[in-house]
Write a protein that binds this ligand. Structure first.
Ligand code: CA
Length: 231
């Protein structure tokens, strides 16, 4: 039996059934809510490990649900959006969501997102305050402020190093352009997204073996970036 408990918030019965059937088939425990107020109540009373949250709910916006839950909980939240507009996902991510799925999604996509989030949970539980971060060939020694790729020390500018650390500290999570620019240089002007792209390109040239097919840092077009776990 999988010990992970998932709260499924979805007002659309066929989609909710697809999700719960999938969870059942893969031995996840779950609870359901069909609106925003129910979601907040269930999140508070059941203390789930992961929340799957539809953004279009009958009684309140999904973003509002995230804001309420974030008042007391860091539970990973994966938003599900029928709306293809990136702005909804960006609002949700900025409000504290961890990841997103766009409807229609496949069962495989859903399971993949859950696996990524479960790994993050395990790492969070193992203590994320390690002095050294390791991911594939990448190693960051926070104490000395050095990053290595295999045995080679990476020659990073201070900005590239901060960017790399931010992505590493949030490995598995999608970070929006706004979040990154605010965290790394304290502002989120439109023009800074252009600068971010430039810094990211130079960082990738140093980090990725094939910058055209990045292994460590995924681009989410119009949304942001995510560092993924490399085997
Ligand atoms: Ca809905």
């Amino acid at each position: 039996m999988n010990k992970i408990q998932i709260l499924v918030v979805e007002d659309d019965a066929p989609v909710r059934n697809l999700i719960t059937t999938t969870l059942k088939a893969h031995d996840y425990r779950f609870a359901t809510a069909v609106n925003g107020s129910g979601a907040v109540m269930e999140a508070a009373s059941r203390n789930p490990d992961i929340i799957l949250l539809d953004l279009g709910l009958p009684d309140m916006d999904g973003v509002e649900v995230i804001e309420k839950i974030r008042n007391w909980s860091n539970v990973p939240i994966i938003v599900i959006s029928a709306r293809s507009e990136d702005s909804d996902k960006i609002d949700a991510l900025d409000a504290g969501a961890d990841d997103y799925l766009t409807k229609p999604f496949s069962v495989e996509e859903l399971l993949a997102r859950l696996r990524v989030t479960t790994r993050r949970l395990a790492l969070m539980a193992a203590g994320s305050r390690d002095a050294v971060f390791v991911n594939g060939q990448l190693r960051i020694d926070y104490a000395s402020g050095c990053a290595y790729l295999g045995e080679e020390e990476m020659h990073l500018t201070p900005m590239e190093y901060r960017l790399l650390c931010l992505l590493a500290q949030n490995v598995g999570k999608v970070l929006t352009h706004k979040f990154i620019t605010q965290s790394v240089w304290g502002s989120s002007w439109e023009k800074d997204v252009g600068s971010l792209r430039v810094f990211m390109a130079t960082l990738r040239r140093k980090l990725e073996r094939a910058p055209g097919a990045p292994q460590y840092i995924q681009t989410h077009i119009g949304i942001g970036y995510r560092m993924v776990r490399v085997e």
